[in-house]
Design a protein around this ligand. Structure first.
Ligand code: COA
Length: 256
């Protein structure tokens, strides 16, 4: 368990809140563990008809905890990597998934949105996937889902250059359903969740299953995970993590 994920159940809605605002909701192994367990348990919980994911503080999440990336690369973090279970659970979930996003959604903060069925963005939302900047590769099935959603050219640019995409662009490209003023974000997500919770859950699950292909996604996730793990142990990645810790820009040109 970790206090960094808050879990609430109300009127058929399961709300999972990233609650580590002092670290911009950077996701740790323990947080992924709770998220994975919650998504898996929801599959057989009749009281979890809809799932909302959100973040406390000024941003949705700054993505994976970069310190943990560095610890894994140094062999200092042993044991099960719950991120893999979380990503699989996202890909296999039959419950409608809603995300309410304010501020930044970095890395997996953006790629998890591709698994969500409804994405509500605050007008200050900024999505980015700076995996290559960290000398890694995109994950969570995003190498399949992002090109499908926004086209290869835009997806490659987003992955390779790591630039941020604002809320309006994300809406225009079909990553999000709507953009609302920041102070309306959680009310809007709650309103949509309440509407979905009243619909026939079996019909929603079947609709979602027809629209998604968990088997293909899981195969892509496995391929990405293999590359990702290998990348963590490269000199390029070590330079990226060191640069983050030292609050400087990485210099990949000096890496042989
Ligand atoms: N992993 C670990 N710690 C993180 C983090 C992350 N992904 N994102 C933020 N933090 C920590 C910072 O180190 C800082 O800790 P400190 O107060 O102990 O120094 C604290 O959270 C606040 O972050 P800060 O960088 O000061 O906030 P900001 O508003 O200026 O910038 C971001 C926010 C998200 C732009 C910036 O923190 C960032 O780029 N984070 C890394 C994002 C990333 O590369 N994620 C992985 C993607 S694969």
């Amino acid at each position: 368990m970790t206090e960094h994920i808050k879990i609430e159940r109300n009127d058929g809605i399961l709300t999972l809140t990233f609650a580590r605002p002092d670290k911009k909701n950077a996701l740790t192994n323990a947080m992924y563990g709770v998220l994975a367990d919650s998504l898996v348990a929801a599959e057989t919980d009749p009281a979890a008809r809809v799932i909302v994911m959100r973040g406390e503080g000024d941003m949705f999440t700054s993505g994976n905890d970069v310190g943990e990336f560095a610890a894994i690369a140094a062999g200092a973090l042993q044991g099960e990597r719950h991120v893999a279970r979380f990503v699989r659970a996202l890909a296999q979930s039959t419950r409608p998934l809603i995300a309410a996003v304010q501020g930044r959604a970095v890395g997996i903060g953006t790629t998890m949105l591709l698994h969500c069925d409804l994405v509500v963005l605050a007008d200050n939302a900024q999505l980015s996937t700076p995996f290559v900047n960290l000398a890694l590769v995109p994950e969570a099935g995003s190498t399949l889902l992002m090109p499908m959603r926004i086209g290869h050219a835009r997806a490659f640019e987003m992955f390779a250059l790591g630039d941020t995409m604002d809320a309006q662009a994300a809406l225009n490209l079909g990553i999000a359903n709507r953009v609302v003023p920041l102070d309306r974000l959680h009310a809007e997500a709650a309103q949509i969740a309440a509407r979905l919770a009243k619909l026939p859950a079996g019909s929603l699950a079947a609709t979602k299953q027809l629209m998604r292909n968990p088997a293909a996604l899981t195969a892509q996730i496995d391929a990405e995970s293999e590359r990702f793990a290998a990348r963590l142990n490269t000199a390029e990645a070590r330079e990226a993590f060191m640069a983050f810790a030292e609050r400087r820009q990485p210099d990949f040109m000096k890496v042989a």
